[in-house]
Structures are given as structure tokens and as C-alpha cells.
Design a protein around this ligand. Structure first.
Ligand code: NDP
Length: 305
């Protein structure tokens, strides 16, 4: 089996590449800087340019294309220019891959398209699964355009899976950004803490992507989130307890808005309780369904008995 992974140098991509490579897959990573692929993975993983034609010849029924590429949404304050890059990098990546698949004589067996639970927009009390409508706001708009960018491969007879991922917890990513304030007793939930956090352990993110790649019945949208989403105040309480640093204060909404602008409202102060209904119905068994265990695992802290 072979996987061609666009954005494979990123936080999720690296874990996916390593898991598949260790399971004997041939891996090609499409990168804007293919030279760094060897630096990141050593030998055994080939880096190629998006616009090179070399990888087109590798397509075929035993090949999976995975599209994880996109400008990081948490890299900085959302100026007009940053918002343009967040949207265009995703839409252009999807379209480039569709164009390439269209030109190739042999089509891939499966196309995995990244998306996010931001698709559902800010939600209140009610949990959402894949049957829910898309919501309001900039991130929901980005997710709709992102998902649509590769939809055309379906008309080419390619099985397509869309993965609506929640906040991925691993060594890096969002958790790494949250740890320093907690370690200095300054951590706490943003705003009221009432907003939902749909989280997933990196091992399950990778495990579920692989499950959907290999399960020939899988197609359409899947929430990649643990079955136990929580409100942010509970997330912060468990994180604080795991670190031995109970939180005392909520981070005030006005201060977050001052610091992060619109991103504060869309990413920190609102959220959703997303459920992985289709994934569990398809038979995926989560290795880390519980938040306390997940944080203890990632922060290498023994669980209280
Ligand atoms: P990263 O930001 O770590 O990596 C994404 C990769 O995309 C980079 O390694 C980079 O590869 C490529 N990339 C970055 N900017 C651009 C650009 N302007 N144009 C084209 N390619 C670009 O993302 P993650 O691994 O964390 O996530 C993968 C996907 O899943 C992302 O699209 C993300 O939005 C989505 N997601 C992630 C979540 C998370 O918690 N991590 C949650 C929900 C969704 P290179 O430099 O090699 O070209």
C-alpha cells in the first residue's frame, strides 16, 4: 500500500506518516519544501513538490491520497491577509490534488480530505454529529469551502472521506500552547468556560484516518473526535489536576479579544460538542476515549488510584 500525503510534515501528518511507514506502507509527502521531508523523517519517506509530475505515476487503486495541507489557523492574529491565506491555502490544495487526479490515468483507491469540527460553527448545549447542518462564522465558511475543494474526485469514481477533526491532543499542537500558563498557575478556561471542547488523542486521530482509509465501505464525512467531548471548564479542571496545578481564574473574554481579535471568538470562546457517531457505527474502537487518561498518558503522569 502507498500513501501520498499533502501536508505530511505537520503535527498530524508526521504522526500519520510514521504510523503508516512503520506498518510497511510506501509514503510520499507533498511539501512546499520537499528537502525538509528527509530531515524530518530520515530515509524511507520520499518528499516531492506539489507541482512535480513524479507522484502522478504512483496513483492507482492501492494508493491513498491524504490532504492535510493548510496554513495554521492558530499561527497569529487573524488579519485580512492571514484569513485569506487560511482559506486559499486549503482551497488551492484541494483543487490542485483534484486536478492532478483528473490528469492521472489511474485513480487512487481513496482520497482523505481534512476538515474540522469548526464546520458546525459555535453551538450551545446540543451535541452535533455528522447529520447536523454547517454553522455560522468564518471557520464554518472555511470548512465548507475546504470540503468542497476536493468533492469533484467523487465524480471521477474515487471514494472520498472527509475528516472533521476536533482539537488534537499530542506532544505539540494545541496542548503544547496551553501548558505554559497552567504550569505557572495562570491557566484557566477562556471566558465562561461553558463552550464545548471536542478533543481527540493524536493516536486516535491517526488510527481513525487509517481505519477510514482501509475500510472500503467508508465514504463521506466523519467527526474525528473522542466520544466524550467536555466543556472547557472541565477540560481546564482535568488539565490543571493532571499537572498538579489547579486553575483559579478564567481567562477574561475581553483580554482574549484584545490579544487575539476575531480568533478569540471563533477558536477560544466558542465551540461545539461533536460526537463521532459515524466512526463508532463503522466499528472504530477508540484507544483513548477518556480525557483524564488521555492527558495523563500525554503528560506521563500516573493516574490517581
Ligand atoms: P500543521 O499546521 O501542523 O501542518 C499543516 C501542513 O500544511 C504543514 O506541515 C505545511 O506543509 C502545509 N502548509 C502550511 N501552510 C501552507 C500553505 N500556506 N499552503 C500550503 N501548505 C501549507 O497542521 P496539523 O497537522 O495540525 O493539521 C493538519 C490539518 O488538519 C490542517 O489543515 C488543520 O487545519 C486540520 N486540523 C487540525 C487540528 C489540530 O488540532 N491539529 C484540528 C482540526 C483540523 P509544508 O510546509 O511541508 O508544505
Amino acid at each position: 500500500m502507498r500513501a501520498i500525503i499533502a501536508g505530511g510534515t505537520g503535527f498530524i501528518g508526521q504522526a500519520l506518516v510514521v504510523a503508516l511507514r512503520d506498518a510497511g506502507w510506501d509514503i510520499v509527502v507533498l511539501s512546499r519544501s520537499p528537502g525538509k521531508v528527509a530531515e524530518v523523517f530520515g530515509h524511507g519517506v520520499i518528499g516531492m513538490r506539489w507541482d512535480g509530475s513524479g507522484w502522478l505515476e504512483l496513483l492507482g487503486p492501492d494508493t491513498a491520497v491524504v490532504n492535510l495541507a493548510g496554513e495554521n489557523i492558530a499561527a497569529g492574529r487573524w488579519t485580512g491577509e492571514v484569513k485569506r491565506r487560511i482559506l486559499e491555502s486549503r482551497v488551492n490544495a484541494g483543487r490542485s490534488l483534484v486536478k492532478a487526479v483528473g490528469e492521472a490515468s489511474a485513480k487512487p483507491g481513496v482520497f482523505v480530505q481534512a476538515s474540522a469540527v469548526g464546520y458546525y460553527g459555535p453551538r450551545g448545549n446540543d451535541p452535533v454529529d455528522e447529520g447536523a447542518e454547517s454553522g455560522s462564522g468564518y471557520l464554518a465558511e472555511v470548512c465548507r469551502a475546504w470540503e468542497a475543494s476536493s468533492a469533484e474526485v467523487e465524480a471521477m469514481g474515487v471514494r472520498r472521506v472527509v475528516v472533521r477533526t476536533g482539537m488534537v491532543l499530542g506532544h505539540g499542537g494545541a496542548l503544547a500552547r496551553m501548558l505554559p500558563p497552567f504550569r505557572y498557575f495562570l491557566g484557566g478556561p477562556p471566558g465562561s468556560g461553558y463552550q464545548g471542547v471536542s478533543w481527540v488523542h493524536l493516536e486516535d486521530e491517526v488510527g481513525a484516518i487509517r481505519f477510514l482509509m482501509e475500510n472500503k465501505e467508508a465514504r463521506g464525512a466523519y467527526n474525528l473526535t473522542a466520544p466524550t467531548p467536555v466543556r472547557f471548564r472541565k477540560f481546564a479542571r482535568i488539565l490543571g489536576q493532571t499537572l498538579g496545578r489547579p486553575y483559579r481564574l478564567n481567562a477574561p473574554a475581553f483580554a482574549l479579544r484584545l490579544l487575539f481579535g476575531e480568533m478569540a471568538d471563533e477558536v477560544l470562546l466558542s465551540g461545539q460538542l461533536a460526537l463521532p457517531t459515524r466512526l463508532t457505527e463503522a466499528g472504530y474502537v477508540f484507544r483513548h476515549p477518556d480525557l483524564e487518561e488521555t492527558l495523563a498518558d500525554l503528560l506521563a503522569v500516573a493516574r490517581p488510584t
